[in-house]
Design a binder for this molecule. Structure first.
Ligand code: CP
Length: 316
């Protein structure tokens, strides 16, 4: 593995999940693998889980992790080529990424979409430029269109908790007051399409995700129908893809409550976090026996650790 930016960077997702579960049993088995190697974690946006789980994963492998919140601590970055930098930007991504490539062995980048210009966001311009100019292996810590470390942790969690070989997994849209990216649902759909699950997506009309991510999924606007016999429910808000970045609904009828679980197969409920209680997901579910949100977040460490292990083994 050179870079980890999507499921396409993985040759065998089941083998990767099993390897992550082995690391979970014995987190320090490879504590010499990353000795004298440095992981740079560069955040253009806020984070709790991604930052801390990546640091922990690096530590478990003997790597040193250096974190920079470049949006607050760095020079304002210019990402466009051919512009005279006489405005507010101070440093070009060509030099910034090039310098990081000198300091680090592996680079993690978080860069959210602006949700203003779909073509720009879906081109993954910033992530691709870091790959191009840093010239070292790059791990996506969530980009314009995907959040692969989250999706890998989600698949690890489903694998750990499933009680049948091929569970029914439902991704349901949830209400929110802010326009959120499509990266988590895109990525989850992309990973589920390759996993051994029956995958259903439910959302209000207008919230269709880009087709490239939803191949093979059953898509319905009827949440009640979607939830029947569900084994896992993945709750997430996203803004519209087609009417790009818009909030088309805040309908509280889409809020998942214990009552909605009655027709499910005692479904386990997942969310990537952070979550707004009683807006996006009910407190009664978050505090109840069906919630997997904390074990899911715990698995972020082993998702990051198995990816870093693969990169270290393949490149050094
Ligand atoms: N799920 C997730 O990526 O959490 P953070 O934004 O806190 O990193």
């Amino acid at each position: 593995m050179r870079n980890f930016t999507s499921v396409a960077d993985v040759t065998d997702i089941n083998a990767l999940v099993n390897e992550a579960l082995e690391l979970k049993k014995n987190p320090f088995a490879y504590s010499q693998l990353g000795k004298q190697k440095t992981l740079g974690l560069i955040f253009l946006n806020p984070s709790l889980r991604t930052r801390l789980s990546s640091q922990k994963a690096a530590t478990n492998l003997g790597m040193e992790a250096i974190v920079m919140n470049i949006d607050k601590e760095g020079w304002a970055l210019e990402t466009r080529d051919g512009v005279i930098m006489n405005g507010t930007t101070v440093e070009h991504i060509r030099e910034a990424a090039g310098v990081m490539g000198q300091y680090f062995d592996v680079l993690g980048i978080r860069s959210f979409p602006g949700l203003q210009n779909r073509d720009e966001d879906y081109s993954e311009d910033i992530l691709q430029k870091f790959i191009q100019f840093a010239k070292i292996p790059v791990v996506s810590l969530e980009s314009g269109t995907r959040h692969p470390l989250q999706s890998l942790a989600d698949l690890i969690t489903i694998t750990e908790h499933k009680i049948k070989a091929r569970p029914k997994v439902v991704l349901t849209w949830a209400p929110h007051v802010k326009a959120l990216p499509q990266a988590v649902p895109n990525s989850f759909a992309e990973w589920m399409s390759q996993a051994d699950v029956d995958f259903v997506i439910t959302h209000p009309k207008g919230y269709e995700l880009a087709e490239e991510f939803t191949t093979g999924a059953t898509i319905t606007h009827n949440q009640e129908e979607a939830l029947e016999n569900a084994d896992f429910i993945y709750v997430k808000n996203w803004s519209a893809f087609h009417d790009y970045g818009k909030i088309l609904s805040t309908d509280a009828a889409w809020l998942l409550t214990n009552d909605r679980l009655k027709t499910t197969n005692q479904a386990k409920v997942m969310h990537c976090l952070p979550v707004r209680r009683d807006l996006e997901l009910s407190a009664e579910i978050l505090d109840g026996p069906n919630s997997l949100v904390i074990p899911e977040a715990a698995n972020r460490v082993f998702a990051a650790q198995v990816v870093l292990k693969k990169i270290l083994e393949a490149n050094f």
